[in-house]
Design a protein around this ligand. Structure first.
Ligand SMILES: Cc1cc2nc3c(=O)[nH]c(=O)nc-3n(C[C@H](O)[C@H](O)[C@H](O)COP(=O)(O)OP(=O)(O)OC[C@H]3O[C@@H](n4cnc5c(N)ncnc54)[C@H](O)[C@@H]3O)c2cc1C
Length: 483
């Protein structure tokens, strides 16, 4: 007689298999384990069951069932989050993996919009658009894994996009969403069919109703599942150039960054300030200078030449001098969204703490230097150097009004102690950022919790009221934002 214990199916296995088919339903341990982590060193959260729906209708049926049975739901795209997946209830949660919903529904060349399913990867969508001569402001990275729905639930509201430094994050490029609410109802935002019964296409979100699209952007997946999105598209700029400039001090670098960032239209497509240690780590060549990486895209050679000239003049006036070919190459890699893929050295520096924040332009130089100082102090005080710390500090404008500041800390994950200590560092950073009135890169669980702990009682109650109204049983990503 065998003593092997056969694991019982999840309570909803049969009903879920009836909706999506048993081929797309599993509660096998190896599959649950495979979706229990994101890209970070945050502890795993093992769910109870996974389904892979193929349509909005199937998502709606699944969510309706989850709502009736009080089963926590975790929508999942590429699992590319950087700081922890939603907790759900380990052993019980229902993961809805959206990656089968990967179709482009329409490229509307007259309205200049694209409508695609929420599970399409940003690489697939971006590549198909480029083949047609268009471009959408998708994720800057990680190009190959994240999905459209995950991106829109996520960082800085709607993806810190490819043209991050000239068009900002994607908020304004999203003209409409199809969302399965936590009750299973399906809504279309953006005045398209389903909102206004007379309107055949979704082409703007500004008219026809209060802006119901915005509340689903950067919600960390608490208000519903984005199964379709309509985004603006642009003609693809085919001409490309990249430059770099070296500065003796941060003040000189800041003079160049802040001058260029005020010019309208922007004379650059991507501009990143890098500290000397970061430049050394990313290129493998010792650098004592602060570096400005400058990527330029355009429609004609004349346009690019004018942009290069404008940037070179500002950098020279701020005390800059031209950088090396290697740094010019780094600027190119940074721009095409494949920095990590291309910069093998950068990617192999160890486990990664991605300490990122958004700061106002006014506060950017002070906070960037303060965050570095405090991280340095923490590393020294807690003896973290012994884990082989490498640092890369980046500062770049998103639009005129705000900057993105990040300190990437790489370390050797060679003891449980190391992991614990670096998670503590992330906590210290996220709280510091929130206390300074800035924003840690949100939607991943860890920074979202730090951010929500700084909400005023009035704001917390406002969000909780919305959540309770849309999700009376609190099934959709329960616990995110401390809700
Ligand atoms: C190396 C690296 C670089 C990165 N750089 C950038 C960058 O430049 N710009 C940027 O914006 N981000 C960046 N990120 C972060 C990443 O783009 C975001 O974490 C994104 O949300 C991941 O999408 P995903 O499909 O993998 O989502 P997942 O990791 O699967 O899920 C993330 C969250 O979104 C929710 N969610 C997923 N799909 C949906 C849906 N359809 N509807 C509602 N909620 C959903 C999940 O429940 C979860 O809370 C980077 C990540 C890595 C690893």
């Amino acid at each position: 007689m065998s003593t092997t214990r056969v694991k019982e199916h999840h309570a909803l296995y049969g009903e879920l298999a009836a909706i999506v088919g048993s081929k797309y339903t599993t509660d096998a341990d190896f599959a649950l384990w495979a979706v229990s982590r994101d890209t970070s060193v945050m502890p795993e959260k093992i769910p109870g069951i996974i389904v892979r729906p193929g349509s909005t209708e199937e998502v709606s049926e699944i969510v309706r069932l989850a709502n009736l049975t009080n089963t926590p739901v975790i929508p999942r795209g590429g699992g590319a989050s950087l700081f922890g997946l939603p907790a759900g209830i380990p052993g019980r949660s229902l993961v809805i993996d959206l990656t089968r919903m990967d179709k482009i529904i329409e490229i509307n060349e007259e309205n200049m919009t694209v409508t695609a399913e929420g599970g399409i990867t940003t690489s697939e969508l971006g590549t198909k658009l480029i083949e047609k001569g268009y471009f959408a402001n998708l994720a800057f990275m990680p190009y190959y894994a994240d999905t459209l729905g995950g991106l829109l639930a996520g960082v800085y509201g709607a993806g810190a996009g490819h043209r991050l430094c000239t068009q900002g994050a994607n908020h304004h490029d999203v003209v409409g969403l199809k969302v399965v609410l936590p009750t299973g109802d399906v809504i279309q935002t953006g005045g398209g069919p389903g909102t206004n019964v007379h309107q055949k296409t979704t082409y703007t979100r500004e008219c026809g109703s209060p802006d119901m699209t915005g509340m689903f952007l950067a919600d960390a997946g608490i208000f519903g599942i984005k199964t379709e999105a309509t985004l603006l598209i642009y003609p693809h700029e085919k001409i490309f150039n990249s430059r770099s400039y070296l500065f003796d001090t941060f003040d000189d670098l800041w003079r160049a960054l802040s001058t260029l960032q005020r010019i309208e239209p922007y004379p650059y497509t991507m501009m990143i300030g890098v500290d000397p240690k970061g430049a050394t780590a990313m290129t493998g060549q010792p650098s004592t200078s602060w570096v400005l990486l400058n990527a330029l895209k355009g429609y004609t050679e004349e346009e690019i030449a004018a942009k290069v000239k404008a940037c070179a003049e500002v950098c020279k006036a701020a005390g800059g001098r031209p950088g090396t070919e290697v740094l010019n190459g780094l600027a190119a890699a940074a721009n095409d969204g494949a920095m990590l893929a291309e910069m093998g050295r950068f990617a192999s520096l160890g486990s990664w703490n991605f300490l990122e924040s958004v700061v106002s332009t006014q506060e950017a130089p002070r906070l960037f230097m303060k965050f570095r100082e405090i991280i340095d102090g923490h590393i020294k005080e807690h003896g973290l150097e012994k884990y082989g710390v490498t640092r890369v500090d980046l500062l770049f404008p998103v639009q005129h009004n705000y900057y993105y500041s990040s300190t990437d800390v790489f370390w050797m994950d060679n003891s449980p102690d190391a992991r614990k200590k670096f998670l503590e560092l992330a906590d210290v950073y996220n709280h510091l950022v929130a206390n300074e009135g800035a924003f840690p890169g949100v939607h991943q669980r860890h920074p979202v919790e730090s951010m929500a702990s700084n909400w005023s009682p009035t704001f917390y109650n406002y969000v909780r009221t919305l959540k309770r109204t849309l999700d009376p049983n609190n099934i959709m990503n329960p616990g995110q934002w401390r809700l």
